[in-house]
Every structure is written in C-alpha cells, then in structure tokens.
Design a protein around this ligand. Structure first.
Ligand code: IVH
Length: 670
C-alpha cells in the first residue's frame, strides 16, 4: 500500500472508531456489535505499530499513557469553578424562585433547566480547535490539578470534538463511578486485602487523583457534562438547554434526563419524578440542580462569593434504613481513645453497603440506649460516616445485651481509664499498645508531618505486627534486606522507601513537633511552639506555666505537652530520632526576619517555583501567606492566568508583584 493510502486508512479507522464511540456513549445507541468494534480497534493498533510516523496524540489508541507521572501540575481556571447553594425543602425553592424574580424584576414564571445532581468529581476540560488539551479538577474553585492523562482514559471523553465546535471550549462536568463499577472495584479490593472506598464519589476522586494513568484506565469511570467555562468562536448560546444540546452535538455526553420546566411547581414535579427513579439509575445522585434556563438572565443574576444566584441544589433527604446491631467493638486511636463502633447486619444504602456505624463514645451509647441485638435506624448523608439515629425499642429482643466499656484494651489488654466529666475512655497502654503504635507511626509518616510517602497503612501493619518496628525511631534503623523480605515488597520499593526515609531526616522544628503526635498539638500549635521556644531543649524544660505563655496555648494543651515530655520513653524516642540524624535548621527570631509582619497572597500559576515552594520561602523569611486578598494584604504575587484575586487586589490598591518581580524581590531578601 502506498504511504498516502495508509495514512488515509488510519484516519478512516480513527473516524469510524470515534463515530462508534459517540453513538455508543453519547447517543446510547450503538450501531455495531462489540466484536465489530474490537476488530476496527485492533486493525488500528496494528497499523499504528507498523507505521508509527502516522500516530497522533488524539488517536483512540493513545488514551492510556504507559508510565506514571511524577506529580500533578497546578491549573488556574480562567473562569472559576463554582459550587452550589443547597436547598432541602419546597420552601427553600420558593424563596430561591422569589429572589430570582425580584432581582430580575420580572412577573412571568421563570423557566428552569432541571438536572440530576451527580455525586462525583467536578472537572473542566479545555478543547482548543477541537482537540482536548487539558483536564483539571475543581480544586478550590480557582486552582485545580492537571489530570489530563487520567481523564483521557475515559472512553466517553472525546479526544477530538466533532461538528461545528467553537475554537476554544472549556466544558465542565462530573466524573463519576457507576454503582456496578464501584461494587466490583470494592469486591476486588477486598479480595486483595486493599483499601475499600467508602462511596462511589471517593472511588471516582481516588481514581482521577492517581499518578499512574494505567490505574485510572482500569476503573470504570463515566462522565456527564453540564456547563461551560470560557468559550470563544462563533457559537450563540441562548439557554442552558440549547447549550447542552450544542455540547451533545460536539460529541460531549449530556444526561438524557435533563428537562426544562416552568416555575417552582415544575421543579418540584421533576424532583419527585427523579426521586422515584433514583434507585433504578445506574449511578448515584444526591439531588436535583435547578438552573435559570435563560443564559442572559443567568448573566444578569451573577454570583455571590462561590455560588451562582441562578442555580440551586435541591438535596434528597438523608437516607435512613433499618438494620440490626450484631456486635459492638472498640477501636483504639492514636491517643488511646476507645471509640465504640457498631457492627451492623450489612444494609445497602444508595450504592454503599453499610456494615459499621460509629457510636462516638459511651455517653452517646447511653443516651441512645443502644444494645446488641437492637434494631436501629441508620442514616447516611452524603459521604459522612454512617450514624445510628435511634433504636426501635418495640423490636428489642429479650436477650438484647447492654454495651459495656471494656475494662482492658481490646488490643494490648492494658487498663482502660475513663476520666470523670470526659466522654472519652482511654487505653493506658501508651506506646505499649500496638494499635496506638500503628496510629502513631501513621501520623509520624504523614505528608504534613515527616512526609515518608511509601510508608503506608498496610506496610505499617506488617512492620508493627512482625515486631520490626516498635516506635517511630525504629523507622530509621530499617534495612534493605529486612524490607525486601516483606510481602509485596521488592528490591525497588525497598530502596525507594529507604531513600524517602533518609530524605525525611531533613525537616523543620515545627514539623518535627507536630509529628511527635502530642495530644492536642496540631500543625499550627507545632509552629507556635517552634517559634516561641526555638530549641527542643528549651521546650522540654518548660513547665506548664511557661507553656501557657505561647499564644493559643491554654492549660489543657500545656498539660498534655508537659506530660508528654515528662515520660521517659518519649524522651528516649526523641533522643534516638536525633541520633539517627533527624535535624532542622535553627529557628530564627520571627521579628528579626526580613519579611516579618507582612502578608502575601499568591494567585495564578508561577513559572519559577511551585506554590508550596513559594509559600515555604516566604514563611522562612518571616512572612505570612494567606488564601484571600483583604485590606491587610501587603503583596499579591500574580502568576499566569490569575483570576478574581488579581481583580480584588487592583480594587483595593494592593501592591502587585509579577512572577519575575517576585523572584527579584526574594533575591533581595534572602
Ligand atoms: S452546576 C455554577 N450541575 O455539584 C454551577 N453541578 O455542589 C456549578 N454537580 O461542584 C455546578 N451535578 O461538582 C452542576 N448537574 C449538575 C451537577 C453539579 C453535580 C456538582 C459539581 C459542583 C457541585 C456543587
């Protein structure tokens, strides 16, 4: 075959495959069998293998990258991604409708475009001249993460638009995992002893936030598009509904249940209609979104802070089901707190099998009078941990057993103590208790603490259970040969982990204090303590009164800190950590630092530094870094594609530093 012919054949195959994808995914009306589709696909793979010069990045064979990426880059949304106000009752909807009529000064009944509210992850895709260039998560609404490689693995996301599309299109939608895919994923995870996802939303988010696109590709993700961000080119969009029709004509999948209705009455009828369908849908929804249909009216209504005035989410009431308490067990946390957890006869509540519910503490158990054998009402609202609402007393069997706080820890059998006036009961085993040890090590290795990424839950379980480590200092004496012999650990992962452990030794005093897991000492308190005492020696010597001199530290926290350092075994672990090489730069006097007292806001994408690096550098120089612009802001650092923060800074007349100016500024101060 002549080269030209081959190129044409390849293109024809791609067009056919894209067309079939569109018919299958967007129109839900396939015109070929799976076998016929597979044949076309295989032909394309073969031809591309033989003629790699004709491979293009938008080829349907190029959906899955073959290696993990290192980290997600930041993406600043050119139009912010907003969230929605929630409504729970018909009255809320009537008020919403009234506010709209008042603001628009209209007396006619407003038309609303009604859409199911999907329970997934919001994404924004950028198509330039019809080609998918970038996919980003919502993040904080202004800045998200670049997840292009993972989004490309979703077959119903077109890599190339069709029809009469605009030259630039930012399209927004929700990525979600259908109920079946979710169940399957969890079944497989359970078989392999891996982590189970609490709900389809977490599963979707977890899949999209994978660094390895091959993992994302193996998950059954779907998408529905529901709106646009920036649009350039000759399209005229008049209503929400016609906009969606346009999206579909460009090959973007839109929910077929979307409908335009008239006024509150229409909205409520739609709500009830979809509520009845809910269980039969193949995916989770948690409510209905009503949007003013007329786009010109949407524009006139505008926004309040993070949510549009022209849309509202009408949430379904939290789901309640009946089940039976089969047992109550006590979980032991990092500080030894015992939490009663009810083991329930498994019940299915909207896509999630619930088999545990927290009972928080013994006061709660007594207040609700929950007994083993009781029939209870369990509520699950969104991704909140399932909760026991009440006991059905009429169904209480004669042999129902009251729940007793164990006298000894279920894990280490140390004595359990319940301090008077305090709801929590605690295991007194301290670091002798393996449950506390595991939690402690988990906390120590966490990203915001010593940041040892490869030291995950499964590995900690193995290391503690096989007595390879007993406390956090032991992490630093692990050897390659010891690690290699563990389950699911090869030479490569052992070496990687040891490198990470080595790198973690260089830390800051504040992080170190936080990672020790002193009760009530979070990140902010860690920073305050580091700044105030400067050295570990000074901190260890401080009595409760001296500790209370630190801003934000009251008598309770001071007591916890003093007790912690008074314990011989804690001091021993600290000495070992320092001996192993854990170190930090001397803490400088805040007031003497060059940028003391100044507040910075960073917005947009910086080209020289990542946002975390810029933040760390500023903090080291004594400055504060804030999330939003106010009259107290000293400087706003503006990267590429800066959004509303830049506008706000200009409005308030705050000094603005461009990306390059910021680098010069830093040079001057270090
Ligand atoms: S519209 C400016 N429509 O709900 C309007 N959002 O609670 C912004 N969501 O972040 C969103 N289904 O992730 C819209 N049909 C739908 C939706 C939907 C799910 C999510 C979206 C948003 C969140 C807000």
């Amino acid at each position: 075959m002549a080269k030209d012919n081959i190129k044409q054949t390849i293109e024809a195959l791609r067009n056919k495959i894209n067309e079939h994808n569109y018919q299958y995914y967007v129109l839900d009306a396939p015109t070929v069998t799976d076998a016929a589709y597979d044949l076309l696909y295989r032909q394309l793979v073969e031809l591309e293998k033989e003629y790699p010069q004709f491979v293009t990045p938008d080829s349907p064979t190029k959906r899955v990258g073959d290696k993990p990426i290192k980290a997600f880059a930041e993406v600043t949304h050119s139009v912010p991604m907003l969230s929605l106000e929630n409504a729970f009752t018909q009255e809320d909807i009537e008020n919403f409708n009234q506010r709209i009529s008042d603001r628009l000064k209209v007396t006619h009944i407003v038309d609303y475009c009604c859409e199911p509210k999907l329970d997934g992850l919001a994404i924004s895709l950028r198509y330039e001249n019809g080609l998918l260039m970038q996919a980003a998560t919502r993040g904080d609404g202004e800045t998200g993460e670049d997840v292009t490689e993972n989004i490309k693995t979703i077959k119903m996301v077109p890599l190339r638009l069709q029809g009469n599309y605009p030259s630039l299109l930012e399209v927004r939608g929700e990525v979600f995992m259908p109920k079946k895919g979710f169940e399957k994923l969890n079944q497989e995870a359970a078989k392999k002893g891996e982590k189970i996802f609490a709900n389809p939303r977490n599963a979707a988010a977890g899949s999209i936030r994978q660094l390895d696109p091959r993992i994302a590709a193996s998950r059954r993700l779907e998408v529905y598009f529901y709106g646009v961000g920036a649009v350039e080119g000759n399209v005229k969009l008049e209503t929400q509904f016609t906009m969606l029709k346009h999206l579909a004509s460009w090959g973007l999948r839109v929910n077929p249940l979307i409908k335009v209705v008239s006024g509150v009455k229409g909205c409520i009828e739609y709500f009830e209609e979809i509520a009845k369908l809910r269980d039969k849908l193949s995916y989770e929804i948690d409510g209905i979104v009503y949007k003013v249909n007329n786009l010109e009216e949407q524009k006139r209504l505008g926004f309040v802070t993070r949510a549009p005035r022209w849309a509202i989410a009408h949430k379904f009431p939290p789901e309640e089901v009946y089940t039976v308490v089969e047992a109550v067990e006590f979980n032991v946390g990092r500080t030894g707190a015992l939490t009663p957890v009810a083991r329930l006869k498994p019940v299915f509540v909207h896509g999630v099998t619930v088999s545990n519910a927290t009972l928080h503490n013994m006061d709660e158990v007594e207040r609700k009078d929950v007994r083993i054998g009781d029939t209870v009402i369990v509520r699950r609202a969104g991704d909140v941990i399932p909760e026991i609402v009440a006991v059905v007393k009429e169904n209480r069997p004669a042999n129902a057993r009251t729940i007793k706080l164990p006298k000894t820890c279920p894990i280490c059998h140390s004595h359990v103590e319940r301090i008077e006036d305090e709801a929590v009961a605690k295991c007194t085993g301290g670091l002798f208790c393996s449950a506390q040890r595991k939690e402690m090590i988990r906390h120590f290795a966490a990203r915001r603490a010593m940041d040892i990424e490869g030291l995950g839950n499964k590995l900690i379980e193995q290391l503690v259970d096989s007595n390879m480590i007993a406390n956090v200092a032991d992490i630093y004496s692990l050897t390659q040969s010891e690690l290699e012999n563990l389950e699911r650990m090869g030479t490569k992962s052992a070496v990687n982990l040891l490198t990470e452990i080595e790198e973690s030794k260089k830390t800051t005093f504040a992080r170190f204090l936080y990672s020790l897991g002193i009760p009530e000492v979070g990140e902010a308190t860690g920073k305050q303590l580091a700044l105030h005492f400067k050295t570990l020696d000074a901190l260890q010597k401080a009595n409760e009164e001296e500790l209370q001199a630190v801003s934000d530290i009251g008598p309770i926290v001071a007591k916890h800190i003093a007790h912690f350092f008074a314990e011989a075994h804690n001091r021993e672990v600290i000495t070992k950590l320092l001996k192993a090489g854990v170190h930090w730069e001397t803490v400088k006097n805040q007031a003497s630092l060059p940028l003391a007292g100044q507040t910075f806001v960073i917005t947009g994408m910086l080209s020289h530094l990542s946002r975390d690096e810029a933040k760390d550098t500023l903090e080291k120089l004594g400055a504060k870094v804030a999330g939003s612009v106010s009259s107290k802001t000293s400087y706003v650092v503006v990267g590429e594609e800066a959004g509303s923060k830049l506008a706000k800074a200009k409005e308030l007349g705050i000094k603005i530093l461009s990306d390059d100016e910021f680098m010069l500024f830093l040079k001057k101060h270090v």
